[in-house]
Design a protein around this ligand. Structure first.
Ligand code: S5P
Length: 452
């Protein structure tokens, strides 16, 4: 059986499934791989061992180990074929007897080849390798059937392991498309999902506020920012109460409220604490450092006392960041890199300069407000965002379109597929008959390509 026949056969026996699968994290994946049932197909088990044997023929090793349970039968067959002895680590820690968790005889200082069914983040296989190392064995090579990450080889090599995969998702989708088992759209969905999966891996985020935001995203399984642009406190808190469980951040325009008073801030802080969301006053500062310093700290709103984040225009130069944040702790900004409104003057050159400015101030710039009309356009912007900073996208709605005053909306699916770290949604939720239900829909759409 060659690799193309093998992949097709995996699909035929139901080991590769396509559709919509809710993962443990709540995220929805367009594909699912389950190789456990392969043991019911002797010819597939044998083919797996044969193909793996070909793949590792040039690697020197002393023992073979399969990660229980799925990879163990394959490793056993391979050990037989290559006349090597088998060892493995029991899945459950033994709490009695010898406490020895490696099963099988081995000598310290020898090399062990690890076999697993698939790698996603590579973390679990590295954990297993660590256990062998602690037992005095060397592990340098890892062989898997499927590398379903977009950059698995790179990831493992950064940790000193060589990955040998029978196939990756690129080959898998190519073969299945060519044989008519999936269409082009499904192929793209799968590749996009894998790409997301890699992009969303924990990185070194720019500052403590960004890290807190990311933690909330993970805990609430949401990337939704609600823009609550209503003009009175009653509506404000009514909508907030319904939507708060689904959002990770609340975006305010405090100067829209006609009945603002200091009780508003107290109440807002109470909700933020009770429902675990961050606060983002969308003030869009755009003046010289000395002026914004006063606007931010003073006046009737005293924004710096209650808002975690504010939006900032870079047009006056980086003095604006110094004016805003000098002497303050635990406050950060989002720079406006590309607006959603029709005819805005932010061209590619401007966007580039904003990203350059933000890159220099990771402590006070958590990310950028950016917009694009298609997933590809958003992806291009996202790829330029400096490491550790975020892309927040407004002008997002379930149905793309425009409002009467130049606001442009991109479909939420495009925004999320393009890699927006957070989506900002306003009227489509606040004016909905049932804001709770609407917020729930946006929440689940926002993590569609996540794998947390
Ligand atoms: O380019 C932008 C930047 C921002 S912050 N376009 C935007 O629409 N916004 C804000 O996002 C805008 O001020 C509003 O509060 C929100 C979008 O609201 P919606 O009702 O159009 O979803």
């Amino acid at each position: 059986m060659n690799i193309e026949q093998y992949i097709s056969k995996l699909h035929d026996i139901g080991a590769l499934k396509f559709g919509s699968f809710t993962l443990k994290s709540g995220a929805v994946s367009p594909f699912y791989i389950d190789l456990r049932e392969m043991i019911s197909y002797p010819e597939m088990l044998k083919a797996t061992a044969d193909l793996l044997a070909g793949k590792i023929s040039n690697i020197p090793f002393d023992y073979i180990s399969g990660v229980p349970y799925t990879a163990l039968p394959v490793a056993t067959l391979l050990a037989d074929k290559l006349n090597k002895s088998l060892i493995y680590i029991r899945k459950e820690e033994k709490s009695y007897g010898t406490k020895q968790s490696i099963i099988g005889k081995y000598e310290k200082g020898k090399k062990c080849l690890l076999i697993d069914d698939l790698i996603t983040s590579g973390e679990s296989i590295m954990e297993t390798a660590e256990k062998f190392k602690n037992a005095g064995l060397h592990v340098e090579d890892v062989a898997v059937i499927i590398d379903r990450s977009a950059h698995g080889t790179k990831l493992l090599s950064q940790h000193g392991f060589r990955l040998h995969a029978l196939f990756d998702i690129h080959l898998m989708t190519d073969v299945l498309e060519r044989s008519g088992r999936i269409d082009e759209k499904r192929k793209q969905d799968i590749l996009d999902f894998a790409e997301r999966l890699d992009n969303r891996r924990p990185k070194v985020y720019s500052n403590a506020l960004t890290r807190r935001l990311l933690k909330i995203i993970e805990q609430k399984q949401s990337r939704l920012v609600l823009s609550l642009d209503v003009d009175n406190q009653r509506d404000f808190f009514n909508i907030l109460e319904q939507t708060a469980p689904h959002i990770v951040m609340l975006k305010t325009h405090v100067d829209i409220l006609s009945d603002f008073d200091s009780s508003f801030i107290e109440k807002l802080k109470y909700y933020a604490h009770a429902f675990d969301f961050m606060i983002f006053e969308d003030r869009k500062f755009a003046d010289i450092g000395n002026t914004v310093k006063k606007q931010y700290r003073g006046g009737i709103y005293k924004i710096s006392q209650w808002s975690d984040f504010v939006t900032v225009h870079g047009i006056p130069g980086d003095g604006i960041l110094k004016g805003l944040f000098d002497g303050l702790e635990q406050k950060a900004s989002f720079l406006l890199a590309k607006m959603s409104s029709e005819g805005n003057l932010m061209n590619d050159n401007y966007t580039r300069k904003i990203l350059e400015m933000g890159r220099k101030y990771p402590e006070v710039v958590s990310g950028y407000i950016g917009h694009g009309h298609t997933a590809d356009e958003i992806k291009r912007l996202k790829n330029k965002i400096p490491e550790g900073q975020l892309l927040l996208m407004p002008g997002v709605r379930i149905n793309p379109g425009k409002d009467a005053l130049g606001q442009q909306y991109t479909g939420v699916g495009e925004a999320v597929r393009g890699g927006a770290d957070l989506i900002i949604v306003g009227r489509d939720i606040t004016r909905a008959k049932n804001p709770e239900e609407k917020a729930r829909v946006y929440k689940s759409e926002s993590v569609r390509y996540d794998y947390l």
